[in-house]
Ligand binder design. Structure first.
Ligand code: ZN
Length: 296
């Protein structure tokens, strides 16, 4: 039977867009509940400037708890080598480094060019202790809020150079705005796999802005992708991507694969009460099709 891995990104991509500070113990309790439902891999937080994203200023505490519990594989998002080194000092052993393929999105997000971010990624990779796992998130791989559709050739060029820096890194193509289309998603993954067949693992990060989150997940799956980011309750949105609504909801993706007979290892029923609690967080902007259908 075929299987996929769901990476729960709600505690990072979901929470970071919520204004009122979510008490650290509420975040930790939700991470425990998600782990209990079978989500064994999670982007638990981001090491990032607390001025830029005050919501994640408790990153060290959240990471320390998940490392102490030892129940999940916690992955930590970092926007540059400086914060990557901080995350490593705090005990992280699985980093997701993110930069945008689009010049203007990268500048608005991390105030530097994609070229400079790639060089910075290389500096971080050179410092990694043996055994540290790495995922590289190529944000705006399909569309940019400022520049429109991202030229595939530009994505493939950065991909090739990033692959050479760390061949064992997992590569995630991110539909940051949710404006990617299923044909585009399927084609870009197919071309990427052809260009860099030795990439250790491929992942897809989808947003559901136009309700195409699940379709895009399916298109990536059909191209051979087996790792999918999703956020409980469809929380999320990128504070630097105007118009980007929530991530594709974890419960929607689990349901989709369940109907296809593809194993996720996640208990679909157990997710619903957690999704309800996530959607009810003050300031949350949920976007789950499952929850809407149950409310109806
Ligand atoms: Zn995102």
């Amino acid at each position: 039977m075929s299987s996929v891995q769901i990476v729960e990104v709600g505690p990072r991509d979901g929470f970071q867009n919520i204004g009122p500070f979510i008490p650290t113990e509420v975040k930790i309790a939700m991470i425990h509940d998600l782990a209990g439902a079978g989500l064994k891999r999670m982007e638990v937080t981001s090491f990032v400037s607390p001025r830029a994203i005050p919501q994640l200023s408790d990153a060290e505490v959240v990471l320390a708890d998940t490392l102490a519990q030892g129940k999940i594989l916690p992955q930590v998002l970092v926007p540059n080598a400086r914060y990557g080194l901080k995350a490593l000092e705090a005990g992280a052993d699985f980093l997701s480094y993110v930069f945008s393929i689009s010049e203007s999105h990268n500048r608005s997000n991390v105030r530097t060019s994609p070229e400079e971010s790639l060089a910075d990624y290389a500096r971080l990779v050179a410092e990694l202790p043996a055994g540290t796992r790495m995922r590289l998130n190529l944000a705006t791989s399909f569309d940019c809020p400022f520049e429109g559709r991202t030229p595939a050739g530009r994505v493939l060029e950065f991909l090739e150079r990033a692959f050479e820096i760390m061949p064992e890194a997992e590569i995630c193509l991110c539909d940051t705005t949710g404006r990617g289309e299923p044909d585009q998603v399927g084609e870009l993954f197919a071309n990427a796999m052809e260009r860099c067949p030795e990439v250790a693992a491929w992942a897809m990060h989808s947003h559901d802005t136009y309700g195409r989150g699940s379709e895009n997940v399916l298109a990536a799956y059909r191209s051979g992708v087996r790792i999918f980011d999703a956020a409980i309750g469809g929380l999320g949105g990128c504070p630097y991507a105007p118009g980007a609504s929530g991530n594709v909801a974890t419960e929607d993706v689990v349901r989709l694969f369940g109907e296809m007979g593809v194993q996720t290892g996640v208990d679909a029923e157990a997710l619903i009460p957690i999704a309800r609690r996530a959607a009810a967080l003050p300031g949350a902007n949920a976007g789950s099709h499952c929850l809407r259908s149950l409310a109806g």
